[in-house]
Design a protein around this ligand. Structure first.
Ligand code: KIV
Ligand code: NA
Length: 279
């Protein structure tokens, strides 16, 4: 497969082909997303919960992201790779954001960065895109701002809130974002916003009217321990956790029962050599 670039994404958008985006947080999850034909691999800061066991994304550092981005970059040869700028690495100033974005490209080996926020982020998005680093914006529900939003709440549910999301999307487009993630927005609102933008919208919990979709890989694979809260918009396409548990339990039972390893798992040694060794 040829490397996915910004022109590839833009051509998909022009011919109204849906853009597929999926998260990855390490080499294997990146490799499987890439070889399954996913267009954009996102190293989301959701890795805080799905890979590092944190309760939310707030403790993730730029250094954490760089390590995960590098391993994803080694696994995804063809997909366009976008890395999330973690909380605290870009909000302070356009200079801070650019410095973090440059590290994501040079050390994290990603092709673009994602940052949460709307109108207030315009100067920051402009600074980063003008330096030649593609920016994926993220409006609607912005998880890094959960404390200000009062939790993980649907955005754009009333007229004023829907106008806010629309204004945010138009502003990040104007500032130079190559696409915008719309998270947890009622589908009709997301569809209307999509129709008003030149750049593609990537929906998560925003309905089928977006230009593309994104999901967290472990969520759609069903590769998480029981008890993880799944938002209504997630579709579980597999039961990878169940399969892993079955396999690990079989291994444990076979070792306890002396079934594994079998003869076929051992290395051969000439009888004569062994006899001599035993003496
Ligand atoms: O961190 C993440 O995985 C994300 C996507 C769900 C958009 O931001
Ligand atoms: Na994120």
């Amino acid at each position: 497969r040829k490397k996915v670039t910004l022109p590839t994404i833009s051509a998909m958008h022009t011919r109204q082909e849906k853009i597929t985006m999926l998260t990855a947080h390490d080499f294997p999850s990146a490799h499987i997303a890439d070889t399954s034909g996913i267009d954009i691999v996102l190293v989301g800061d959701s890795l805080a919960m799905v890979a590092l066991g944190y309760a939310d994304t707030s403790e993730v550092t730029l250094e954490d992201m760089l390590l995960h981005c590098r391993s994803v970059a080694r696994g995804a040869q063809s997909a366009f790779i976008v890395g999330d700028l973690p909380m605290g690495s870009y909000e302070i100033s356009p200079e801070q954001a650019l410095s973090s974005a440059i590290r994501m490209v040079k050390e994290g080996r990603v092709q673009g960065v994602k940052m949460e926020g709307g109108e207030e982020m315009a100067p920051i998005i402009e600074k980063v895109t003008k330096a030649g680093i593609p920016v994926l914006a993220h409006v609607g529900l912005t998880p890094q701002r959960q404390n200000a939003l009062g939790g993980f709440r649907v955005q754009g549910k009333n007229t004023a809130s829907a106008l806010r999301v629309l204004a945010d999307a138009l502003t990040v487009q104007q500032a130079g974002a190559f696409a915008v993630v719309l998270e947890a927005v009622p589908p009709p609102v997301a569809t209307l916003i999509t129709s008003k933008l030149r750049i593609p919208t990537i929906g998560i919990g925003a309905g089928a009217g977006c230009s593309g979709q994104v999901l967290v890989q472990v969520d759609m694979l069903g590769n998480f321990p029981p008890g993880r809260f799944l938002p209504k918009f997630v579709k579980k396409y597999g039961d990878v956790w169940g399969e892993a548990k079955r396999a690990i339990e079989s291994y444990r039972e076979e070792v306890k029962g002396g079934v594994y390893p079998g003869v076929e798992h051992g290395y051969a040694m000439p009888e004569k050599e062994f006899e001599e060794f035993r003496r």
